[in-house]
Design a protein around this ligand. Structure first.
Ligand code: FE
Ligand code: FE
Ligand code: ZN
Length: 277
């Protein structure tokens, strides 16, 4: 069984996203918890969320992924920016409890010249300050392309963050195919090698979700520019191998490709389902 979906806009509410997901043949999806550039979140409507949960049950969705805003940077040099990251994550995780047991994905951060080690320390500190044993949400660190001073540019950095977190059960990894490819892991020529390396460094049991994107740049480019599946350097066949890999199959897999509209995602999801082995 493949659990496929795409990024959906949350402005019309939770039930609306559930309906859209079903309409395009998805059985999972991702949404921003607020404006991706930051800003206030809308108050949650529990009745609206309950309708989404019913749609998800009826259509056998896998876990749903909330994505933190891009501006969340717990390892910024600026104290104000770090405080904003705390405020956003605390608030988002509280709202996530209305849809219990799902995932909250975030970009670990950019250390902006302070060094990777200090970045890792600050990210782990935020998680230690915010995560609680009672929360049902698992927070996901996204694998990054290594653009600028991004932390999470390789599996070692992600493992180092997890190692410093006390509530390790609450922290997993979301693997973005464009990002790991841009980060230098050749998933086209040696997918098994990447999977083996992930297992050695992080542990496959901590891999909870996938972002499925092609890349506009060659392996190791550290650029992070997503392409539609089959229109980049990864290619549809390699993406198909990712989805069918015994260690990865069954994880919620979300498209973040540049599409004009939902019909674009619908076609991409159908194409990916046709690759199921
Ligand atoms: Fe992301
Ligand atoms: Fe991503
Ligand atoms: Zn990206």
């Amino acid at each position: 069984m493949l659990y496929l979906g795409c990024h959906l806009t949350s402005s019309k509410g939770y039930e609306h996203m559930g309906k859209e997901a079903v309409q395009i043949g998805a059985n999972t999806f991702q949404f921003f918890t607020r404006n991706p550039r930051g800003g206030a979140a809308k108050a949650i409507d529990p009745a609206d969320v309950a309708k989404l949960l019913q749609i998800a049950r009826e259509n056998e969705f896998s876990k749903i992924i909330a994505h933190a805003p891009y501006t969340l940077n717990p390892c910024s040099k600026e104290e104000k920016t770090r405080e904003f990251a705390y405020m956003v994550m605390r608030d988002d995780l509280q709202r996530m409890e209305y849809l219990p047991g799902n995932y909250y994905n975030f970009h670990p951060g950019s250390h902006v010249g302070q060094g990777g080690e200090e970045g890792i320390r600050l990210i782990a500190k935020m998680l230690n300050d915010i995560l609680t044993p009672e929360q049902s949400t698992v927070v996901l660190l996204e694998t990054m392309a290594g653009k600028g001073s991004e932390v999470g540019r390789n599996f070692e950095e992600l493992a180092a963050i997890r190692e410093q977190v006390l509530l390790k059960d609450k922290v997993g990894i979301c693997l973005d195919t464009c990002h790991v490819h841009d980060g230098g892991y050749d998933i086209v020529k040696d997918l098994d090698g990447m999977v083996t390396e992930f297992d050695r460094v992080v542990g496959l049991s901590h891999l909870k979700a996938l972002h499925i994107n092609d890349s506009m740049n060659p392996v190791g480019a550290h650029k992070d520019r997503h392409a539609r599946i089959g229109e980049g350097y990864i290619g549809a066949q390699a993406i198909g191998r990712v989805l069918n890999h015994p260690a990865l199959k069954g994880l919620p897999a979300v498209l973040e490709t540049p599409q004009e509209n939902l019909a674009g995602y619908q076609a991409e999801i159908a194409m990916l389902r046709s690759l199921e082995k």
